[in-house]
Design a protein around this ligand. Structure first.
Ligand code: NAG
Ligand code: NAG
Ligand code: NAG
Ligand code: NAG
Ligand code: NAG
Ligand code: NAG
Length: 371
């Protein structure tokens, strides 16, 4: 993942035509799985592989996962383009809210109006808040994801009118999960940004981009926004491998992520104050402690719903688990017998089990967004 690749295919974006069908009431009351009524009609997702359900299937990038063993445990037992063995946290959220069973990729041109109306993901594996990250790996920059959302709004407006469209956007949930790739695939992997920015400056640059992105969503009418902070990057198996397991270095990387999350929290609070929006920042942290980082693992091992079943967090389930992801995790790879014992599915991406536990950890934020 720290290599730069030389084979780039041309970008092909698929246009889609919205079929006209009868749809259910525009803004209705739904119930979540605890039978709590809410009025979130749709979920919109932006970011990277942690929330990309397969947009990269439709573009020319090497960052794909639409082949086995990805998707082994998905309800259809087929690869979807999700970088895990099954569902993503965003799928669990949609299902919990009673909206639908999974959030589909926007670039799938077969989606019907109902599917579009209840929400889509614009996320693209390999992307980040720094446009250079996405450009380097020929994936969809988050700024372009915003353009797709504007295109989406225009299409929906043509179907249901401006007023109804705006009412839906006002009540919808927005989830943004990105930033990890900017550090792992860009700043620490390639020389360009390191020459240009100190770490502090790069953190500030990313925070500014994140802030602008969130503000742009607010300006388009979004009012319920969940932002996921950067993962404890030092403890991703691939990073541990490439850093030769150097503790000092791993702690250092993780502190960089913590620093960014802290700065972001301050920025988002200021946006929230100036707008009548709810913006929740979810950082992975140990219960009761206001820090992101290595404690995530303590959190995952011991405190989420009392789950103590993980036995492996240093390696992914696919292949040797220390370096494979994307095309290196393929039908010829060894698969661990019980993926629920692994935090990671490949050397970067969590297993479905972890995504489910993350959903449980985020549920307070989701309930607040929905109330
Ligand atoms: C939705 O719930 C609200 C508050 O509980 C209620 O006033 C409204 O009539 C409900 N709308 C529908 C369509 O059931
Ligand atoms: C929610 O309501 C449905 C249908 O009434 C019922 O089958 C289910 O058990 C309820 N769930 C909870 C958690 O109360
Ligand atoms: C949008 O939502 C906010 C609070 O969530 C509310 O105060 C406002 O009136 C809503 N605007 C529209 C046009 O529905
Ligand atoms: C670990 O990384 C730190 C920071 O880069 C470096 O100073 C130290 O020499 C490394 N230790 C080993 C054992 O390689
Ligand atoms: C919030 O409003 C204050 C005063 O108008 C302004 O100084 C500040 O820059 C605004 N912050 C954001 C994040 O828009
Ligand atoms: C797989 O691992 C999980 C978590 O440790 C455990 O609860 C489950 O029983 C295991 N399944 C099998 C078939 O061993």
């Amino acid at each position: 993942m720290a290599c730069s690749y030389t084979i780039f295919l041309p970008l092909v974006f698929f246009m889609f035509i919205v079929p006209i069908t009868n749809s259910r009431p525009l803004v209705e009351n739904l119930t979540n799985t605890n039978n709590v009524t809410h009025s979130i009609p749709a979920i919109f997702v932006f970011g990277d592989s942690t929330v990309d359900p397969g947009n990269n299937n439709f573009i020319g990038t090497i960052f794909k996962s639409n082949f086995p063993p990805y998707g082994n445990d998905y309800p259809t037992h087929t690869p979807t383009g999700r970088f895990t063995n099954g569902k993503l946290t965003t799928d669990y959220i949609a299902s919990y809210l009673g909206i639908k069973e999974s959030v589909p990729p926007y670039l799938d041109n077969t989606l019907g109006l109902e599917e579009l109306m209840t929400g889509v993901s614009f996320a693209s594996a390999g992307s980040g808040y720094d446009q250079l990250t996405a450009d380097t790996y020929k994936v969809i920059p988050i700024q372009q994801q915003l353009e797709y959302f504007k295109e989406y709004m225009t299409k929906i407006e043509q179907q249901i009118g401006k007023g109804e469209m705006e009412a839906r956007i006002n009540k919808s949930g927005f989830i943004i999960s990105a930033g990890t790739n900017d550090f792992v695939l860009n700043y620490f992997a390639l020389p360009g940004r390191r020459k240009q920015y100190t770490i502090t400056e790069y953190q500030d640059f990313l925070v500014q981009n994140t802030r602008n992105f969130v503000q742009a969503l607010v300006d388009l009418g979004a009012r319920k926004i969940g932002v996921v902070g950067v993962a404890p990057i030092g403890y991703l198996p691939a990073v541990m491998t490439l850093s030769s397991d150097n503790r000092t270095l791993l702690e250092f990387y993780t502190d960089v992520a913590k620093g960014y999350n802290q700065k972001l929290q301050n920025e988002l609070q200021s946006i929230m104050k100036n707008n009548s929006a709810y913006i929740g920042l979810q950082v992975l942290r140990s219960r009761g402690e206001d820090v992101a980082g290595r404690l995530t693992y303590d959190f995952l091992f011991h405190t989420i719903s009392g789950f103590t079943g993980f036995e492996q967090w240093r390696k992914g389930c696919c292949g040797t688990g220390v370096i494979e992801m994307g095309f290196l995790c393929n039908p010829n790879s060894y698969i661990c017998p019980n993926r629920s014992k692994f935090i990671f599915w490949d050397s970067i991406h969590p297993t479905e089990k972890t995504y489910n536990l993350l959903f449980l950890a985020f549920r307070t934020m989701i309930d607040t967004l929905a109330s």
